[in-house]
Ligand binder design. Sequence first.
Ligand code: HSE
Length: 345
Amino acid sequence: MDTYRLALIGFGNVGQGFTQILRDRGRMIADQFGLQLVIVAVSDLLKGSLYDPQGLDPAALLAAVGATGRIDGLAAPEHGWDALRTISESNADAVVELSYTDLQTGEPAITHLRRAIESGKHVVTTNKGPVALRYPELKALADARGVEIGVEGTVMSGTPSLRLGSELLAGAGVQRVQGILNGTTNYILTQMEAGATYGDALADAQARGYAEADPTGDVEGFDAAGKVVILANLLLGASLTMADVDRTGITALTPQDVAAAQAGGERWKLIAKVERRDGRVEASVRPTRLPVAHPLAAVSGATNAITFTTDLLGDVTLIGPGAGRLETGYALLGDLLALHRKRGG
Ligand code: HSE
């Protein structure tokens, strides 16, 4: 039996979803995969910090945050360690980086990831900021230190889009990747088609935990742009930045636009696309009217979809959740299981 001790940096929706998975399925994971995942530390700016080198009880963490909004009322040998101290000084084997996403600076996550790698710890993250802005540098640092970086949850939450593209389709000649990569905007568009107002649909998406802390990132297309940069750089070997993405969000779409598309047998979708063209890789995010018979037009609510256009297989499409607590929490489990397999587990 292998054991990975984990330090969680951030205990919001995704951290709690991941903890719930360990609470409910930890025994099954150990039995099925020979892997014990033990949370030894949690450090959250708002909810408090705990460290117990022997392990913290996932059920107790969830009960505490559910009852009081904080975790630091629980007994543990250490309280109050900040993120960097937790990363450097805890006995974790892997750091689970879940601080808030900042697609402009990538901070504080870039600093957290660097510190973890420099401390010889593996990292898994669902945070798009550092991956969209600094992946090549972080990956090189990790390779030099002999540790792994898992980033599956940065695109389509736990739906394994990056692993499908980077491993299973790696030899098929991927030329274009396009899809619906933002759950919040797809949820809003679907709700507006059913007659909801933009404001109510957005509030609903926030209540369901799909939206970013600042939903501007969703509705103006920055979140999807970050994801296309990740796809371009990890799957198509490009070196794009956020500024290279031709980006338009959904905020200019009116109820009249939505109704006009419906009357014409079409639906608006926020389509994110990256493709090789004339030796370059081009990326865009833009609202697009699709005929209802188009496969992507049928993808509704917070569901995401991605189509890989390849030389050898033609189109391969993957549809699945793109946001949510358990769904994104699962991405972390997927990365940790991949790490375990890679290390011979
Ligand atoms: N805010 C994002 C979305 C979450 O709505 O898709 C997942 O990245």
